[in-house]
Design a binder for this molecule. Structure first.
Ligand SMILES: [Zn+2]
Length: 245
């Protein structure tokens, strides 16, 4: 059930990312083929399944559908499943799933255009505060502490590297702290930098990127945030048991 819900929400995240980057209203009319502009029927919009049945092509014009769309759906489905398996029916489940949706949306707009929209940050901020109050998962003080712990390290990186870290990344990490609290958001940043560093080095070694090139950090933040929910507590425990004291 959670996997299927994730597939459909992933499909909505695709629509969101596509529209927000093209300055179209997110809740506009029906989805259209980006190539022939013909409105798509519900049977064309079933996550994964439509892509497979139509062999990755538009039913009307035969234009290729990017593999990114089913990939985002599958990824969101898998994230929903794993978060549910990890957290179970606890108070944190809904706030965590909400945060994952925001992170995935931010990752995709950042990947495509190096943009994390302020409207998404604002939506996440208000949603985070509301859900934390609703489910009793965090008070104002904890949320404030979490957002400072998430945003401050990236702000420091941005200042030291003179713009090597974008404002969108700082805001995203800060809002992530509202959901995760200060401990897990620090774990999330650690994971983000670790994976980001590895991927960055790999891209350099393979000659895909050069030293002065930019790579978007949003996708790594998203990955860090999601993995922090799944393994953050274990990571903190491992760290304090082996290196601390
Ligand atoms: Zn078409």
């Amino acid at each position: 059930m959670f996997f299927t819900a994730g597939l459909f929400i992933g499909s909505f995240i695709n629509t969101y990312a596509y529209r927000v980057l093209r300055n179209k209203p997110v809740a506009a009319d029906r989805s259209r083929c980006p190539r022939c502009q013909r409105p798509l029927a519900p049977r064309d919009l079933i996550p994964i399944l439509s892509f497979i049945l139509l062999k990755g092509k538009c039913r009307y014009c035969g234009g290729k559908v990017s593999l990114r769309y089913p990939a985002a759906e599958l990824f969101t489905g898998i994230v929903f499943l794993f978060i549910y398996l990890k957290v179970g029916f606890e108070r944190e489940l809904v706030p965590y799933l909400f945060m994952c949706c925001v992170l995935i949306a931010a990752a995709f707009t950042d990947l495509e255009s190096m943009i994390i929209h302020d409207s998404l940050i604002l939506f996440a901020l208000m949603g985070g505060i509301l859900l934390n109050f609703l489910f009793g998962t965090a008070g104002l003080k904890e949320m404030l502490l979490g957002s400072v712990a998430g945003g401050l390290p990236l702000l420091a990186v941005a200042l030291m590297s003179k713009g090597g870290m974008g404002g969108g990344d700082i805001k995203l990490a800060s809002v992530m702290g509202i959901f995760l609290g200060w401990k897990l958001v620090l774990a999330a940043l650690f994971i983000s930098f670790f994976i980001g560093g590895m991927v960055g080095m790999l891209l350099l070694l393979l000659g895909i990127k050069r030293r002065k090139d930019c790579i978007p950090f949003g996708p790594f933040l998203a990955l860090g945030g999601i993995l922090s929910i799944l393994f953050g507590r274990e990571l903190i425990h491992f760290y304090t048991a082996n290196f601390y004291v």
